[in-house]
Design a protein around this ligand. Structure first.
Ligand code: FMN
Length: 220
């Protein structure tokens, strides 16, 4: 485990979403439910033909889902601790957002128990999990802290600032919260990594592996 602010994160990761699947995949359940979800979906026919032969502009049928639905990000489990509460949820909306200094942003749904805890937290822990850890994804993405203790029977320990670090994660970091920004039905948390580690080997769990999980706290 390293500690401090002196590392250069992000080498080789400056082209997010460089690997893409065939597309046609539904978005994250709960986080990006349904079509026309961007609010850009007005009357069809508002766009014009681009030179590349696509349809551009506002109000095309289905909105920008043709873009969003092609994304297949690695999934994270984000945990938050504050005021004696502990929470965590599965997150698909997450990415590195600065190289120097290293920064990472996660987006939490305002509907989630995790968001309510994160609002009062000083830092968040972000974990990558592997494809063979689907059980963890189901626990954190398919249950809500409003009803269950997701940490019961789970191997975790206290990290920087009291953060809840999952022992079996493939890779993780604790980041102090620098900014919160309202993105609509999700709020972005920009994180400054201060503590990190690696563990479990194997291919990472991606959205396409988790999309069949019914969100414990759907947005709609
Ligand atoms: C595939 C998938 C992707 C998700 N992506 C996000 C996300 O990016 N942000 C978020 O806040 N919730 C996301 N969720 C929803 C939460 O993980 C889920 O509603 C969880 O049960 C909330 O738990 P909580 O109420 O204890 O916080 C996703 C769920 C699934 C299944």
């Amino acid at each position: 485990m390293a500690d401090g602010n002196d590392t250069q994160a992000g080498d080789g990761r400056t082209n997010p979403n460089g690997t893409q699947d065939e597309g046609g995949r539904p978005g994250p359940s709960g986080a990006r439910a349904g079509g026309g979800r961007t609010g850009a979906g007005g009357a069809p026919g508002g766009g014009g033909r681009t030179e590349a032969g696509g349809v551009a502009g506002r109000g095309g049928q289905g909105g920008p889902d043709g873009f969003f639905d092609r994304l297949d990000p690695d999934m994270c489990v984000v945990t938050a601790v504050a005021g004696g509460d502990r929470s965590g949820c599965l997150v698909g909306f997450a990415s590195q957002c600065s190289i120097r200094p290293p920064r990472f942003a996660v987006w939490l749904s305002k509907a989630n128990h995790t968001y309510r805890v994160a609002r009062a937290a000083q830092c968040l822990a972000v974990h990558l999990i592997t494809r063979d850890q689907r059980g963890l994804a189901e626990r954190f993405g398919g249950e809500t802290g409003d009803e269950v203790d997701k940490f019961a029977g789970l191997a975790w320990r206290e990290g920087h600032g009291g953060a809840a670090v999952l022992e079996d994660a493939a890779a993780w970091f604790v980041g102090t919260i620098l900014h919160r920004t309202d993105g609509g039905d999700h709020v972005g948390f920009v994180l400054d990594p201060v503590q990190w580690g690696e563990g479990h080997d194997g291919p990472l769990l991606r959205l396409s592996d988790a999309v069949t999980i019914d969100a414990g706290h759907p947005v709609d």
